[in-house]
Write a protein that binds this ligand. Structure first.
Ligand SMILES: [Mg+2]
Length: 417
């Protein structure tokens, strides 16, 4: 194979992480649920036993219990999921420096330059075994010559399996499958293709490229290339995102900031402008950093990773306040603060959709509102429309420090916290 790409997908990830600390959950049907009191009373993940009983991700807890009265539910622990996600990635990085995460529980790893003479299947099996031994988790690994087929492979057989798809056998393995199985070919696309009698990935691959491009636009051309095994997109090295520039703002205040309300008002203003700039450039930030300068000009920096990349003022602001509240002890008034988003990715780089449909809805509404405000401000001047909180310096009443995952990066914790 020209390139050797692994796609490693953790099986039943959230549920499996819960079972690490609570092994008795392995023997009962169990599901990880959102918090019912916060209107997230839905199934986020389930173990194999619950799956066999018909429990489905994203359905309401009561629906799941109708099908499976013995279902044991546990609430989610995002910090744990993020923790293991980082540790797993570190393990993959022992094999290659090109590791690209896709959501919390999936990664592509480009092994082309590092695998040497070893047999790819043997290395994939070794990784699976290590994931079992070192983490008590299971994963499926797809091995192929491009990212799309590697991803297909990790889905092909699971849990706990390796699937190798080569240039010689991809037609046999992939082409008979429905076109909707192809990454990025959603239900709407599959439906549209069915109208012209393209039902399998093979149908798509053998169709006329020009026709598909006319019919579906540029994404259609992309899909046609995918179906033919011609995806040449690189696995982005772990460092790649860090190389992209960040979007940030700092503010030196005319007078000292002496309390949390004033600090929050300032963070709100900065978050709002950082979010607007991200949207203007079509970017999302995966990491939020704050800078705090006290009256004696000491500077403290803190950062946290987000669950998913964002250009939302609310998410950036809430994260900034969480970092601030966790780290600053008010030993002195503040002279300035800053907010910065780093690890930027493009808006259309195929971010995995959230596992929380209810949040997805709110997020889409928030995003629409923000873009409308951007539009007005672009036409009538910055600051024409802005949130009350930036004017009055009041804190956000909905600020819930528990909600966002992450925290202060180890080693960067302020000695003054
Ligand atoms: Mg998974």
């Amino acid at each position: 194979m020209d390139r050797i790409i692994f796609h490693i997908d953790q099986n039943c990830y959230f549920a499996s992480v819960e079972m690490i600390s609570k092994p008795y959950l392995r023997d009962v049907p169990m599901a990880v649920t959102g918090d019912a009191s916060k209107r997230h009373g839905i199934i986020l993940a389930k173990n194999e036993l619950a799956k066999k009983a018909g429990v489905k991700t994203a359905e309401a807890i009561w629906q799941a219990k109708q099908k499976c009265p013995d279902l044991v539910t546990v609430s989610s622990h995002y910090e744990d999921y993020a923790f293991y996600s980082g540790r797993l990635r570190q393990m993959y990085e022992e094999y290659s420096d090109k590791v690209e995460p896709f959501g919390m529980d999936e990664c592509w790893v480009d092994m082309t330059d590092t695998i040497g003479d070893r047999d790819p299947r043997e290395v994939a099996d070794e990784i699976r075994q290590r994931v079992k031994d070192e983490f008590k988790l299971t994963c499926s690994v797809g091995v192929s010559f491009n990212k799309i087929f590697a991803k297909f492979g990790s889905d092909y057989k699971k849990p706990d399996a390796t699937t190798v798809i080569t240039e010689d056998d991809f037609k046999e393995m992939i082409w008979p499958q429905p076109v909707s199985e192809l990454l990025f070919a959603g239900g709407a696309t599959a439906k549209k293709l069915a109208e012209v009698n393209i039902k399998t990935i093979g149908d798509l691959a053998c169709s006329d490229r020009g026709f598909i491009t006319d019919y579906l636009g540029k994404p259609g051309d992309q899909l046609w290339l995918y179906a033919n095994g011609l995806d040449d997109s690189p696995v982005r090295a772990a460092d790649h995102e860090r190389e992209l520039k960040s979007v940030g703002n700092t503010m030196t205040t005319p007078a000292d900031i002496i309390n949390r309300t004033q600090a929050a008002g300032t963070f709100r203003t900065l978050s709002s402008s950082v979010a607007a700039r991200l949207r203007r450039h079509g970017l999302l930030g995966s990491c939020v950093q704050i800078t705090v300068r006290d009256r004696d000009l000491n500077i403290y920096e803190h950062q946290m990773m987000l669950f998913e990349p964002t250009s939302s003022e609310k998410v950036i602001f809430d994260s900034a306040m969480k970092l601030f509240d966790e780290s600053y002890d008010w030993h002195a008034p503040l002279r300035g603060v800053g907010v910065r988003c780093t690890k930027l990715i493009s808006e259309d780089s195929g971010v995995q959709i959230s596992m929380f449909p209810e949040q997805e809805q709110t997020k889409a509404e928030d995003d629409k509102l923000a873009r409308t405000v951007d539009d007005i401000n672009r036409r009538f001047g910055d600051g024409t429309v802005r949130s009350c909180a930036t004017l009055q310096g009041v804190t956000n009443p909905n600020y819930d420090p528990e909600f966002y995952d992450g925290g202060i990066t180890a080693g960067k914790k302020s000695p003054f916290a």
